[in-house]
Ligand binder design. Structure first.
Ligand SMILES: Nc1nc2c(ncn2[C@@H]2O[C@H](COP(=O)(O)OP(=O)(O)O)[C@@H](O)[C@H]2O)c(=O)[nH]1
Ligand SMILES: [Mg+2]
Length: 468
């Protein structure tokens, strides 16, 4: 999502940047292009108009025009206005005191409510250490209840359900009683959807809310539905005082207009982005306006990447690996290990796309599958897997006939094996240089205590820093 918009905007700014001195005319022409780019991304017409007016007014101001880097100032203004448009800052979930916190998920059919119930449950348990309960209030389709129960079972999260005969407000009330008994912190209520806004559904949602006094009323918005999504959000908000929005299906190829318009039109904050059918901690992320704005402008999203790295970061393993690095004993087994860790971060091109300036690279790779790093990595992995344990631990013994055997075993060529071994040698040399002698000059030195033996560990943040 946003690739095409991101591309267009970057082209506009490149053009402005190539000019050095900017005239008011240049800025206005640039803003015209920005306007077209936003409209083509399906951003709401009024939102675009307002956005362009705000940016233009600031950009043709004297301070910008007379500054040393006018085009960069313009980018900065666009960045800031995008952040404002998206809601300024992350809005965390509200918590009820005393608990339990009650979250009601609402939205049209198929937007991803049930999927979100499970993702959110997992997120709250894993990241926030909450005891969670899911409640099945979509009583119109038996399959909906089974779906929630199956997800609950998979994740080990209890699901409260009374089948299809009870009324949703009553189910919700009894679920909350049960949650109190079981000392549950957060109750997530999955509700029914309709194909369109529907009076009876709205009444039912209002009744559930009136009965249990929900803490959060989150509307799940399908990002793929474009401007229609904005209309739906507006209609829901008129009836049910929404406390937040969740954009689902952000992994799709929609142009992104809904995500960019919905907050401005409804005034309701986006709280999460959901990016896949799979239920795991990589597919639900708290929404940060500044990060998305940076992503759109091709400044990358290093912060989200770091957060993700920290989630999978295994301190024990990192410490062990670091020790080996210091001794120059990093071998192919460690390499394989590191690769598996990295894979947990998510698909490679998605990770690359979060790094500033790599948006274009990712696009090129998607157009030319042979360039996919994933593909290359698979070949490397095959080669390493074709080595014996002894060879992995002691790469220098891999000579002539061993190399041929590895090439055959992994379905690669001798040249590839040679290249890999050469790269590995170079990497080892580089690592020895980096870790040998004076460590920790970069200043992250967390616990002070520099100088003493066994200092800091490898921190994913430092690794990310290297990529910048
Ligand atoms: N690609 C993608 N598919 C999703 C996402 N969220 C949900 N889905 C899929 O959309 C369909 C409807 O989801 P569901 O949770 O049953 O929607 P509900 O009717 O609102 O409860 C299912 O096939 C989900 O797997 C998402 O973020 N990305
Ligand atoms: Mg459902």
């Amino acid at each position: 999502m946003f690739e095409s918009l991101s591309d267009r905007l970057q082209t506009v700014f490149q053009k402005l940047g190539s000019k050095g001195v900017l005239t008011e005319e240049d800025v206005r022409e640039g803003m015209k292009q920005v306007r077209i780019a936003l409209l083509e991304a399906d951003v709401n017409y009024k939102v675009v108009k307002n956005f362009v007016a705000l940016v233009t007014e600031q950009a043709i101001g004297e301070e910008v025009m007379k500054s040393l880097t006018p085009s960069q100032q313009v980018v900065k203004i666009v960045h800031q206005e995008l952040i404002n448009l998206l809601g300024e800052k992350n809005e965390p979930l509200l918590e009820a005191r005393p608990g339990p916190t009650i979250i009601m998920l609402v939205g049209l059919q198929g937007t991803g409510k049930t999927t979100l119930a499970a993702k959110l449950g997992l997120y709250l348990r894993k990241q926030k250490s909450k005891r969670v309960m899911l409640v099945a209030c979509d009583v119109y389709r038996p399959a909906a209840i089974t779906q929630l129960e199956t997800l609950g079972k998979q994740l080990g999260i209890p699901v409260y359900s009374e089948g299809t005969d009870a009324r949703p407000p009553d189910i919700a009330r009894r679920a909350i009683e049960k949650a109190r008994q079981d000392l549950v912190n957060v109750v997530i209520i999955d509700t029914a959807g309709r194909l369109q806004i529907d009076e009876r559904l709205m009444e039912e949602l209002e009744q559930i809310d009136a009965t249990v006094q929900t803490t959060e009323r989150l509307l799940v918005v399908d990002a793929m539905t474009g401007q229609e999504a904005v209309k739906v959000a507006d209609a829901f908000n008129q009836r049910i005082n929404l406390s937040g929005l969740v954009m689902s299906k952000m992994d799709g190829d929609a142009r992104g207009g809904a995500a960019l318009s919905v907050r401005a039109v409804t005034g309701v904050p986006i709280k999460f982005l959901s990016t896949g059918e799979k239920i795991d901690s990589n597919t639900l992320e708290p929404f940060h306006p500044d990060r998305l704005a940076s992503r759109i402008l091709g400044m990358g999203d290093v912060l989200s990447l770091i957060e993700r790295a920290e989630q999978i970061y295994d301190a024990e393993q990192a410490k062990a690996m670091e020790k080996k690095l210091r001794k120059g004993k990093f071998d192919f087994e460690d390499f394989l290990n590191a690769m598996h860790q990295m894979r947990k971060l998510g698909p490679f091109q998605q990770i690359l796309g979060m790094i500033p300036g790599f948006g274009k690279v990712v696009q090129a790779m998607e157009e030319n599958p042979d360039m996919m790093p994933e593909k290359h990595l698979k070949r490397v992995e095959a080669m390493v897997c074709s080595m014996t344990i002894e060879e992995r631990r002691n790469p220098p013994i891999i000579k002539g006939s061993r190399r041929e055997r590895i090439a055959r075993g992994s379905g690669t060529s001798l040249e590839e094996v040679n290249a890999l071994l050469k790269q590995f040698q170079q990497m080892q040399r580089m690592m020895k240089q980096m870790t040998g002698g004076k460590v920790g000059k970069s200043g992250r030195g967390k616990k002070g205590g520099r100088g003493g033996g066994g200092g800091g560990q490898i921190d994913p943040r430092d690794l990310m820093g290297m990529l910048r």
